[in-house]
Design a protein around this ligand. Structure first.
Ligand code: FES
Ligand SMILES: [Fe+2]
Length: 368
């Protein structure tokens, strides 16, 4: 016997409920023309576990490598101004006094924790926006606004810092263990261009530094042919450099001195078709596992400003192209020091360098 429900005419169906655009795209999807059954693997392949020691990630155990890190472009902080930046696992401020000197200090005011990036620069002091306490370049509270004597313990953490090649750098440590390298020509003889790349890289800076001792990838990913094996390999406690000559796949001839300083800087002094240019990639540690890349390009001034500029732009585009080849690797890789071959011996040495690299975090109580 028909129920009352069967007798009620239905005005819509489930098909009618599918949005038209979705229905069209589903109809456009192909049917299987030649359906086949194939076995990929009948059983799982379970590799032997890799035995290589890990390299400590930045921030593991609450410490970071003691390296020079770029904090910002020098042009981002004008005289008499202050800016805040993420660094390590916290926040720092860069403030530039009227005399042009840039200071890198902890961001948070020792009085009640207001961030100084909301404050301003007054003469040679940075002034907190909240109760107007003022701090000098030595980090100490120079005065309060209300007339109370400044507490002797009220002090910012002051990072060792320098400004070089258009970058403000800070050292993670109480005393720099090495210097930010310089190009082999005086700055006044160089035309320099410094940029910051727009996208953060989701790896620690030292993962990118592994590119330099990774000679396999220079030949495969970057397609650079070597005349002979890399030579003049130099290792210190805080750097490694080596030299090689060869060709880009475009046919351009080049010779390179390349290196890594600390865990955060690629350095290159090279000749392209016989003309020198310098290149650095300072790598900022925005937070654990996240890097902001800068690029410094330098060419010698020849007296022909237009030609110098053209050569500078040619070198910049060449390097942006090479770094771009690494980018889609770096943005998707899950780094692990694993199975190496004979060609990886320099890379293996760098892993050892990284494992033994000094780590600390003296600013931890102040920037977090
Ligand atoms: S919180 Fe900075 S002066 Fe009070
Ligand atoms: Fe590379």
């Amino acid at each position: 016997m028909a129920s009352e429900r069967d007798t009620v005419p239905r005005t819509t169906t489930a098909i009618d409920a599918v949005p038209t655009q979705l229905a069209e795209s589903l109809r456009a999807m192909p049917v299987l023309e030649d359906n086949v059954d194939r076995v990929g693997n009948p059983e799982a392949v379970v590799p032997k576990e890799r035995m290589a020691d890990p390299v400590p990630a930045e921030g593991a155990g609450g410490v970071f490598s003691q390296s020079w890190f770029p904090i910002c472009l020098a042009s981002e902080v004008e005289s008499g101004t202050i800016q805040g930046f993420d660094f390590l696992d916290g926040r720092v401020v860069v403030w530039r006094t009227e005399d042009g000197v840039a200071h890198v200090t902890s961001a948070f005011c020792p009085h009640m924790g207001a961030s100084l990036e909301a404050g301003d620069v007054v003469g040679s002091h940075v002034r907190c926006a909240f109760h107007h306490w003022e701090y000098g370049g030595d980090g100490r509270c120079a005065k309060t606004a209300i007339g109370d004597p400044p507490p002797p313990s009220a002090c910012l953490f002051v990072f060792p810092s320098i400004e070089r090649y258009g970058v403000i750098w800070a050292f993670n440590g109480t005393k720099p263990l090495y210097d930010v390298p310089v190009f082999p020509f005086p700055s006044e003889d160089l035309l320099i261009k410094t940029i910051v790349l727009p996208d953060l890289m989701p790896v620690d800076p030292w993962v990118q530094c592994c590119n330099t001792p990774d000679i396999q990838h220079i030949k495969t990913l970057h397609r650079i042919s070597f005349d002979e094996e890399a030579s003049n390999m130099q290792w210190t406690d805080h750097s490694m450099t080596y030299e090689f000559e060869g060709f880009f796949d475009s046919g351009s001839r080049a010779s390179w001195e390349v290196g890594v300083f600390g865990t955060s800087l690629y350095y290159q002094s090279a000749y392209l078709e016989g003309r020198w240019f310098g290149f650095m990639v300072p790598m900022g540690l925005v937070r654990p596992g996240m890097t902001r890349n800068y690029m410094v390009l330098a060419v010698q001034k020849s007296g022909d400003a237009e030609s110098d500029r053209d050569f500078l732009e040619q070198c910049l585009l060449t390097e942006v192209g090479i770094v771009g080849e690494d980018t889609h690797i770096m943005t998707s890789m899950h780094f692990r020091p694993g199975t190496l071959t004979k060609s990886d011996r320099t890379l293996g040495h760098y892993f050892k360098f990284l494992r033994e690299y000094p780590r600390a975090h003296p600013s931890a109580p102040f920037i977090t």
